[in-house]
Design a protein around this ligand. Structure first.
Ligand SMILES: Nc1nc2c(ncn2[C@@H]2O[C@H](COP(=O)(O)OP(=O)(O)OP(=O)(O)O)[C@@H](O)[C@H]2O)c(=O)[nH]1
Length: 744
């Protein structure tokens, strides 16, 4: 029997698919969009609990056995499910509850052999439960929840806020705000605009007219408009029967030096060797390998930077995250970060325990450490697949690929190749000779040379396509990465990409987006900021305060996490989306931006790149030296009492290039001013590996032998720090002063 899709159900109940998605999510049924399929049990649960006009919608069918996919042998072992709710995972020692898209299917075969390989996938008895874990704060999803906004007026009554596109005809405008068009034409004449009913007016004009008519409008999300245009180009709710299997898309993540690059290289070589010995692969940001006759696509940009950049733009192209953990090093801060990223994106994790060729390798320790993050290895009774591998000797790589195929099989990844292509930009750059060059991953449909395309505000016609093997190709189907030429601008990584029927549509969409960005610039909703937190809470804009904590030692990070979580009240919830020891990284900033969160640094400092990224993404970073201060300021911000009296102003930074011992003066640091300036009366912070190790006063500042009042960027100087002699080469000295800020 075929499963029900959200849109089928919506059609039956005569409600909007989007609304139904929100309803289902609120019932803890993990659906993503109108195309998501419901299991019989989920559907039944929904029907039993969803009341339309006060009456529960009758269940379509008789009750059925819950897990239809479980083979008879498996059924005996499957834990009994109550049937009261959507299938949920129950893991032995899992501490957090996880609303889960639970799927089960044929599992890999029985006891793994010593080398980590399995005998035969098909005959295993154990039920496999794949559980993407849920924290999702992506901006896109938040937006989709706001179906209709209201504005409270001075007299207490509420009026609808009517969304209006960047431009529309007078007639359409009249219909949208429910005012006769003659009335609008009159108002326009009053403004000196002679417009007929079929003439287009822009948003700004519409806003003036609306104000005169006492109607509240707002700029409609341009993507709604774009979706409308695209749906005319191609029926979005397309025929399920046309969908066929597509290759899984994998992202490799893990701690620095645990072997992401080596693993990606090793896999690429295996895959190529199998298919076309000696074939040269080209770096285009992703590649496809063959394993057991099936394709697997790897995103070739290791690290979570790429991953978060994607998610920030609302793209979720990864089907499975491979978490690389070195067997000789164990779970490290970036491992935890990677786990949190994958969880936030609800992507299942396969653990590759790497470097098992090393004598000091200890895979069991890795598994033990992973349990702290809710990843319990299958062989320990959990549901996390852990594969011991060596990127160096290639051991275990086949098993890893096999496991990837297995998990992807459960996900039932499908796409219709027979439609206009839709994809995601992985990388893009401006090539001097070839113009904008972008690598796109096709999500659905088939992209062809000559297709008119649009991605963000870039558009054009596909001039040429090159695959990951460096070959020119004429077409590219689902899950295929290709490099494309022909766009008029460089699109952004993570941007969606569409082929459309004609050049005009492509240009029209790009231009609508451009004018939306222009209009939007003024009206952009404020990113989360402590200074304005209280107002944002009051206006109902903030219900969750998403926080990332970075600190010098794990102990204080944990302490801070626990205290901050306790600040949650019935109005707002404090969510620690990531916490770890170490400096603040750009990836933290991306995660904060993607989750509309703020970053709290405890005894750590962001470096220049991080500060620049935070500025660019409007992410609020707060730095503290005392745990109590951090807690207090969040608490005060929540109550609207945060009024900083002093603000720290960073004057500049200098890098220590050499150190000298000077009798009577202690250690003097020979520095190069990399940023801003260092002045004689500034305070000084000594930073090593992004961690503050000392804070105090500047003792001496010299240019050659002479005392200097200040030294600017690009110059060398000698710096002595009062009561601190442990300066080392490579340290960063940050000069700052405290400036008084008037209370507002
Ligand atoms: N013995 C052994 N060494 C490995 C293995 N995999 C990687 N290495 C080594 O570990 C080091 C780090 O590997 P990379 O692949 O650069 O690690 P990475 O995680 O990509 O590191 P970044 O790109 O810096 O984040 C290199 O010196 C590799 O040669 C392995 O399976 N066995």
């Amino acid at each position: 029997m075929s499963k029900s899709r959200v849109y089928d159900l919506a059609k039956e109940l005569n409600i909007n698919s989007k609304e139904l998605v929100v309803i289902l999510q609120s019932m803890d049924i993990p659906v993503k969009n109108h195309m998501s399929a419901l299991t019989e049990q989920q559907e039944k649960y929904f029907r039993n609990n969803f009341k339309q006009d006060g009456v529960a919608v009758a269940a379509k069918e008789e009750e059925k056995p819950i897990e239809k996919k479980v083979a008879p042998a498996e059924k005996k072992e499957a834990p009994k499910t109550s049937g009261k709710g959507p299938v949920k995972k129950t893991t032995g020692n899992a501490s957090g509850s996880t609303p889960a898209a639970t799927t089960e299917k044929k599992a890999p075969s029985g006891p793994p052999k010593k080398d980590g390989k399995r005998d035969n996938r098909k005959t295993n008895k154990k039920k496999r439960v794949i559980t993407p874990v849920a924290i999702d704060n992506s901006k896109k999803e938040k937006k989709s929840r706001a179906i209709y906004k209201k504005k409270r007026q001075d007299d207490g009554t509420e009026v609808d806020i009517i969304p209006i596109p960047t431009s529309l005809t007078v007639g359409d405008f009249a219909a949208k705000i429910n005012v006769p068009s003659t009335e609008i034409i009159k108002k326009l004449i009053g403004l000196g605009i002679m417009a007929s009913i079929n003439q287009e007016i822009d948003y700004e004009t519409a806003e003036v007219v609306a104000t005169e008519l006492d109607v509240v409008i707002e700029l409609e999300d341009v993507e709604e408009e774009v979706a409308e245009i695209l749906s005319q180009v191609e029926d979005v709710e397309e025929d399920e029967s046309k969908k066929i299997h597509r290759a899984p898309v994998i992202t490799v993540m893990g701690h620095v030096d645990h072997g992401k690059t080596s693993l990606l290289d090793a896999i690429r070589k295996t895959g190529v060797a199998e298919k076309e010995a000696g074939g040269i692969t080209q770096h285009i940001g992703a590649y496809t390998v063959k394993a057991n006759g099936e394709n697997i696509t790897f995103i070739d940009t290791p690290g979570h930077e790429a991953f978060t950049a994607m998610r920030y733009r609302g793209a979720s192209i990864t089907d499975i995250a491979v978490l690389v953990v070195a067997a000789d090093d164990g779970v490290m801060p970036q491992t935890v970060e990677a786990i949190n990223h994958a969880k936030a994106a609800k992507v299942p994790i396969i653990v590759a325990i790497n470097k098992i060729d090393k004598p000091e390798a200890n895979p069991d320790r890795v598994k033990q450490e992973l349990t702290e993050y809710n990843l319990v290895a299958e062989e320990w009774g959990g549901d996390t697949i852990c594969v011991p591998v060596s990127a160096k000797t290639q051991e275990g790589l086949d098993t890893l690929l096999e496991m990837i195929l297995l998990v992807s099989e459960v996900q039932e990844l499908k796409a219709n190749p027979d439609r206009l292509a839709k994809g995601t930009v992985l990388e893009a750059k401006l090539d001097k000779g070839r113009g904008p060059v972008s690598t796109v991953l096709i999500n659905a449909g088939t992209l062809k040379v000559g297709d008119p395309v649009v991605s963000g505000i870039a558009y054009g016609k596909i001039r040429a396509m090159i695959n990951d093997k460096g070959k020119k190709v004429k077409t590219a189907g689902p899950s295929t990465p290709v490099e494309i030429l022909g766009l008029n601008e460089v699109p952004e990584a993570g941007e969606e990409f569409y082929a459309v029927t004609d050049d005009k549509t492509a240009r029209q969409i790009a231009e609508k987006r451009k004018s939306y960005i222009k209009d939007q610039r003024v009206k952009k909703s404020a990113p989360l900021s402590l200074d304005d937190l209280y107002n944002q809470i009051k206006q109902g804009e903030v219900q969750d305060i998403n926080i990332i904590i970075k600190g010098d030692v794990q102990g204080s990070v944990e302490a801070l996490r626990q205290s901050l979580e306790k600040l949650s009240n019935e109005e707002v919830r404090v969510n620690i989306i990531h916490a770890g020891a170490g400096g603040i990284s750009e990836s933290d900033v991306m995660l904060a931006a993607a989750s509309n969160g703020i970053i709290i640094g405890f005894n750590v400092r962001p470096n220049n790149n991080v500060t620049a990224a935070a500025e660019r993404e409007s992410v609020d970073i707060r730095l503290y030296r005392v745990i109590y201060d951090a807690i207090e300021s969040i608490e005060k911000a929540m109550k609207g009492m945060l009024a900083p009296e002093f603000k720290e102003v960073v004057l500049g930074t200098a890098e220590v290039r050499q150190t000298f011992k000077v009798p009577n003066a202690g250690t003097i640091a020979g520095c190069y001013v990399t940023n801003g300036k260092i002045s004689r009366n500034s305070s000084i912070r000594v930073i090593r590996d992004d961690v503050v190790i000392f804070e105090g006063k500047l003792d001496s500042l010299k240019r050659f032998k002479d005392d200097a009042k200040e030294v600017a960027q690009g110059y060398e100087c000698g710096i002595g720090v009062e009561r601190f002699n442990d300066i080392k080469e490579g340290d960063i000295l940050e000069a700052f002063t405290m400036e008084e800020v008037a209370r507002t």
